[in-house]
Design a protein around this ligand. Structure first.
Ligand code: GLN
Length: 501
C-alpha cells in the first residue's frame, strides 16, 4: 500500500501545503487503492475518477499559482450515496433511483467543491439509510475491512469501510439513529453526529427529517473536527439549519492532544446504556476506558435516564412515520425508474404501485407500511402521539443529567461486528443494535464514536460520547482524550497488510 494512504487527512493537508505531494498524486493513490481492493470490499457504488482528478488538478494549479487555500484543499473524500451530486449517479442504494443523475449538489457537496476536496465517489449503504449492516443495499453488501465475512455496520457501511481500508482518508455519512456512529464502532473509525441543524441537510435525501444529520467519518478525531469545520454552518436552504458560527473544533482537539487532560471534566456513565444485552468484551473495553478517564483526572458519575428504555420503541414509530411521508415522492414520475403494470390499464396510480413494488426493497416497504399505519386516523394518538411524548421525556432526561455532568459516555453499540446473515431474518435483532445511539437523535444532541479497543477476536469496539446540544466542542475535547488513552486502532486494521495486485 502506498504509505501516503495511512496518513491522516490533516497530515496529508500539511504535505500538500508544503508542496511535498500534489493532490493529483494523492487522489491517484486513492483511486489505485480503490481499483485494487474495492472489488473485495465493495464500499463504492460509483467511482468518479475524472471528477476527482479534475478537482485535484485544479487545486494543484491554484496552489502552484500561490493562491491561499483552505486547510483541507486537495484532500480526497468519499460521499455516502444519499447526498446528491450534480451529474453523478445518486441511488441511496435503491433500485428505484437507478440511473438518476441529480440536477444539483447538496450543500455539503457544494462546500467540498468550494474547498477543493476531490470527491472519489459514492459509497454503499442500506437502502435509503434503513439498516445497521449495509445488507439492505440493492447493489450488494459491503465487507468489514477487519473481517470480510462480517458487516461493516449500517446504514453507512460503505463510508466506514472506505476509510477503514485506506481507500479514502475521509468520508461523509448521515446519522438518523446511529448510521455514522455504529459503522464507526464496528470498523474502528471515528464517526460524529453533530448537533441537529449544525450541518445543512439540503440535498441529503430524507429518511426521517427530524432525526437525520450529516457528519464526518474519519480515522482520527482531529480529522473529524477539521471536516466538520468544512461542512458546518448556516444554510438558508435548510429551514432547520442553526444560525450560529461553527465552533473551532480542531484547535481545541489539538490543545487537548497536547495537554493530555481536561481540567474539571465531569463524565456521566448512563446506567441504561450498558449492562444487559451488551457483549462482555464490549463492556470490559468500555469500563477500562472509563477507568482511564478517571485516572486522567475526570470525575466519573453514574447517572440514570429511565426513559431511554422506551427510546427504541419511540424511534421505530417516529422514524417510519417520517419515512412513509418522505418516500411518497418516489412515484415513478419524477425520479429514477418507471415501471408499468404487467397487465391492465396504465393509470398514474397503477404505475406508481408497480414502480414502488419493483423499486423498493423489503426493509423499505416494511417501514413505509409501519409508518402509514401509525399515522392512520385510528392509531395516531396511540402510536405516533405517545412516541412524541416519549421523545420529550428523553429530552428531559438528558437536560436533567447534563446539569450534573459535561458529557455522557456509553458503548457505541452492544456488540462487535456480527456475521453476514446473522440478523437478516430477524428485524428486531437488527433494530436492537441501535439501542445506544438512538437517544441522541431523538434529542437532537451531538454524539460521536471513537474506537477504544480491539477485542480478543480481533474486532474493534467503539466508545460513545454525548454532549448537550450546541456543545459539540466539549464532545470533541473528550473524544481527543479518549483517542489518546486508547492508542492507534484505525491504523492497525488488517486491511493495511492486504496484498494489492
Ligand atoms: N440503523 C438505524 C435504522 O435502521 C439507523 C439508520 C440511520 O441512522 N440512518 O434506522
Amino acid at each position: 500500500m502506498n504509505p501516503l494512504l495511512k496518513k491522516s487527512a490533516c497530515e496529508l493537508a500539511d504535505l500538500l501545503r508544503s508542496g511535498e505531494i500534489t493532490s493529483v498524486e494523492l487522489t491517484q493513490a486513492c483511486l489505485d487503492r480503490i481499483d485494487a481492493i474495492d472489488p473485495k470490499v465493495h464500499a463504492f457504488l460509483y467511482v468518479d475518477r475524472e471528477g476527482a482528478l479534475a478537482t485535484a488538478a485544479d487545486v494543484d494549479a491554484r496552489r502552484a499559482a500561490g493562491e491561499e487555500l483552505p486547510r483541507l484543499a486537495g484532500v480526497p473524500i468519499a460521499v455516502k450515496d444519499n447526498m446528491v451530486t450534480r451529474g453523478v449517479p445518486t441511488t441511496c442504494a435503491s433500485k428505484i433511483l437507478e440511473g438518476w443523475l441529480p440536477p444539483y449538489d447538496a450543500t455539503v457537496v457544494e462546500l467540498l467543491h468550494k474547498v477543493g476536496m476531490p470527491i472519489l465517489g459514492k459509497t454503499n449503504m442500506d437502502e435509503f439509510a434503513m439498516g445497521s449492516s449495509t445488507e439492505h443495499s440493492a447493489y450488494g453488501r459491503t465487507g468489514n475491512p477487519w473481517d470480510l465475512d462480517r458487516i461493516p455496520g449500517g446504514s453507512g457501511g460503505g463510508s466506514a469501510a472506505a476509510v477503514a481500508s485506506f481507500m479514502a482518508p475521509l468520508a461523509l455519512g448521515s446519522d438518523t439513529g446511529g448510521s455514522i456512529r455504529q459503522p464507526g464502532a464496528v470498523t474502528g473509525t471515528v464517526g460524529a453526529k453533530p448537533t441537529y441543524g449544525a450541518v445543512s441537510r439540503y440535498g441529503l435525501i430524507a429518511m426521517a427529517s427530524s432525526l437525520d444529520q450529516i457528519g464526518p467519518v474519519t480515522r482520527t478525531v482531529e480529522d473529524a473536527a477539521a471536516l466538520t469545520e468544512v461542512i458546518g454552518g448556516y444554510d438558508p436552504h435548510d429551514s432547520t439549519s442553526l444560525n450560529e458560527p461553527v465552533p473551532a473544533l480542531s484547535e481545541s482537539v489539538a490543545q487537548v492532544a497536547k495537554d493530555g487532560k481536561i481540567e474539571g471534566l465531569r463524565v456521566g456513565v448512563v446506567r441504561e446504556l450498558s449492562g444487559e444485552g451488551y457483549q462482555d468484551d464490549v463492556l470490559e473495553a468500555f469500563n477500562a476506558t472509563v477507568e482511564k478517564l478517571r485516572a486522567a483526572g475526570a470525575e466519573i458519575v453514574e447517572v440514570s435516564c429511565p426513559s431511554f428504555d422506551y427510546a427504541l420503541a419511540a424511534y421505530y414509530l417516529i422514524m417510519p412515520a417520517e419515512v412513509s411521508s418522505n418516500l411518497a415522492r418516489f412515484d415513478g414520475m419524477r425520479y429514477g425508474i418507471r415501471v408499468e403494470p404487467s397487465e391492465g390499464p396504465v393509470t398514474a396510480e397503477r404505475v406508481m404501485a408497480a414502480t414502488r413494488e419493483a423499486g423498493f426493497g423489503d426493509e423499505v416497504k416494511r417501514r413505509i407500511i409501519l409508518g402509514t399505519h401509525v399515522l392512520s386516523a385510528g392509531f395516531f394518538d396511540a402510536y405516533y402521539g405517545s412516541a412524541q411524548k416519549v421523545r420529550t421525556l428523553i429530552q428531559r432526561d438528558f437536560a436533567r443529567v447534563f446539569e450534573e455532568v459535561d458529557v455522557l459516555v456509553s458503548p457505541t453499540c452492544p456488540t462487535t461486528a456480527f456475521r453476514f446473515g446473522e440478523k437478516m431474518d430477524d428485524p428486531m435483532a437488527m433494530y436492537l443494535n441501535d439501542i445506544a445511539t438512538i437517544p441522541a437523535n431523538l434529542a437532537g444532541i451531538p454524539a460521536m464514536s471513537v474506537p477504544n479497543a480491539v477485542s480478543a477476536e480481533g474486532l474493534p469496539v467503539g466508545f460513545q460520547i454525548l454532549a448537550p446540544a450546541h456543545h459539540d466542542l466539549k464532545m470533541y475535547e473528550v473524544a481527543s482524550l479518549v483517542e489518546q488513552l486508547s492508542g492507534d486502532i484505525a491504523g492497525n486494521c488488517p486491511a493495511a497488510q492486504w496484498e494489492e495486485n
